[in-house]
Design a protein around this ligand. Structure first.
Ligand SMILES: Nc1ncnc2c1ncn2[C@@H]1O[C@H](COP(=O)(O)OP(=O)(O)OP(=O)(O)O)[C@@H](O)[C@H]1O
Length: 491
């Protein structure tokens, strides 16, 4: 089964993206990005064939982005959507970015569709040409060896090593479990805050599994209304609803033999949970508007930033679906719980970004690293990635200094460092003195360390220490421990 051609639409105007996507998605798989950064992420992970890019965007111009696309992904057909048609602009854009076609605003839907069809067709011809010349130049075994090497290369970039971490990181534990479960054909639930690498881990599982030569698709279930999600996953028949101009093959069908990542599964409506459950129980899909069921063999990996088990308890997620999805639960810890990973991750992200942008950068100053390690990173690796990009863009020297960090990162890191320093000063255990005093001081030390680690969330600290909240409170009162207050043992 072949996939529909994939198109990426880049525009900072949500309304324009929506309108263009609506025109194209009957015939194409449409990905959208509000700017260059998200566009790069999609281009790195998806096999995009045509890109529609708005010329005027706040951070990067369409031509600049398409010039980069030309360098990194030369096969992709580049179309620019522009409000103005100065001949000089056009000529320089064609030269710089190798633009395949200009579409001027206001455009007509037919014009847009025609451009997309022609570009996708040309893309297909180029690939076919490439394949035939490769076959002519190489004997078949050699070509097969090349293909196998390329496959191995792809698998490598989505291997567990792609999850950069320091030796002994808590992330290694999740990777180890994931590697063990990869070859068992069972559903996996990946839990973790946003940006912790859930999709990266899901890809690594797929590429380490026996399904690695078959497709892997990721669907963000949280971002799509029920009807669209149903059509996206199960497909639809032509004419089954207003606007269904062509028959669409669902991703579960396209992924037959492979793996699908159902991202943000905790956001799926109760009605859709029933549809998913039926699919998981029966292994069959029925496209919207069709009476025929089709058997497919797809491994499901689900991901969520929610406490899905808790959602079951609260009656928001079906228990039967939960148990269908989680033969194995893998939890990715947030960056603030594995601070030792931050320097290696930052360096690895910097190396990749510097190579990508052709800018020299050696690393970070100690002060910058200290700030990064003290900051909490609520957006996890994705936020770190953005911060490193910002630093690289602003850098004037090869060693990136703390003043390049966003002001809120420096501010929050300084506050956290101050608090930790106060705690460290307060909890030093004396080398001499009566045993009882030293044991109590030690107990206070453990309480303080746990509270700092749990960011003063007393319920979490109590749970970790195996105490009730009341028990913890009594001990804190006894030792005079309070947030921001000095250690004042009360005896
Ligand atoms: N350990 C890691 N090493 C290198 N890159 C990482 C790591 N973890 C995450 N990333 C990168 O961070 C970005 C976010 O990762 P990913 O999309 O997998 O996170 P996620 O948990 O699925 O996020 P969301 O819940 O928001 O979808 C990606 O660009 C990914 O490549």
């Amino acid at each position: 089964m072949t996939r529909r051609p994939a198109i990426l639409v880049v525009d900072d105007e949500p309304r324009s993206v929506e309108v263009i996507a609506r025109v194209l998605e009957e015939e194409f798989d449409v990905f959208t990005a509000p700017g260059a950064e998200e566009a790069r992420r999609i281009l790195e992970h998806e096999w995009i064939q045509v890109i529609f890019c708005d010329q005027r965007m706040p951070k990067t111009s369409g031509v600049a982005l398409l010039t980069e696309v030309r360098e990194r992904w030369p096969d992709i057909l580049r179309i620019i959507v522009t409000g103005y048609t100065e001949p000089d602009d056009m000529i320089s854009a064609i030269n710089e970015a190798g633009i395949y076609q200009f579409i001027t605003k206001p455009w007509h839907p037919d014009q847009l569709l025609l451009a997309a069809r022609n570009a996708a067709h040309l893309f297909h011809l180029q690939r076919e040409h490439e394949r035939l010349s490769l076959e002519m130049r190489l004997s078949l075994p050699a070509a097969e060896a090349r293909i196998a090497a390329r496959r191995a290369e792809v698998a490598q970039s989505f291997h567990f090593d792609a999850l950069v971490r320091a030796p002994g990181s808590p992330l290694s534990e999740a990777c180890l479990k994931a590697a063990q479960v990869a070859t068992f054909d069972v559903p996996v639930l990946v839990a973790g805050e946003t940006g912790t690498g859930k999709e990266l881990l899901a890809r690594a599982i797929h590429y380490s599994s026996l399904r690695s030569e078959k497709p892997f698709f990721a669907v963000n279930c949280g971002a799509i209304p029920d009807e669209l999600l149903e059509s996206e996953l199960f497909g639809h028949k032509k004419g089954s609803f207003t606007g269904a101009h062509v028959t669409r093959i669902g991703l579960l069908d396209q992924a037959d033999g492979g793996t699908i990542l159902l991202d943000e599964i905790g956001d799926v409506s109760p009605a859709f949970q029933v549809k998913l459950l039926r699919f998981l129980q029966e292994g069959e899909i029925r496209p919207v508007g069709s009476n025929e069921a089709k058997r497919v063999n797809v491994r499901v990996i689900a991901a969520t930033h929610r406490d899905l088990h808790g959602e079951v308890g609260r009656g928001r997620f079906r228990e039967d679906l939960y148990y269908r999805l989680c033969a194995m639960v893998l939890t990715l810890p947030p960056l603030r719980e594995r601070r030792a990973d931050i320097p290696v991750l930052a360096q690895s992200l910097l190396d990749a970004l510097a190579a990508q942008h052709g800018k020299k950068a050696r690393g970070f100053t100690e002060e910058a690293l200290a700030c990064m390690q003290a900051y909490d990173w609520p957006g996890n690796v994705r936020e770190l990635q953005n911060e490193v990009t910002r630093m690289l863009v602003l850098a004037r020297a090869e060693l990136l200094s703390a003043d390049l960090l966003s002001p809120h990162v420096v501010r929050d890191a300084a506050a956290a460092t101050r608090a930790d320093r106060d705690v460290a000063a307060a909890i030093a255990v004396p080398d001499t003195g009566p045993l009882k005093d030293r044991v109590e001081r030690m107990e206070a030390t453990i309480l303080m360390e746990t509270l700092v680690r749990c960011r003063w969330n007393k319920s979490r600290a109590a749970e970790e220490l195996g105490l009730s909240r009341v028990g913890l409170r009594a001990k804190l009162d006894r030792y005079g421990i309070a947030r921001g207050g000095a250690f004042a043992k009360s005896h």
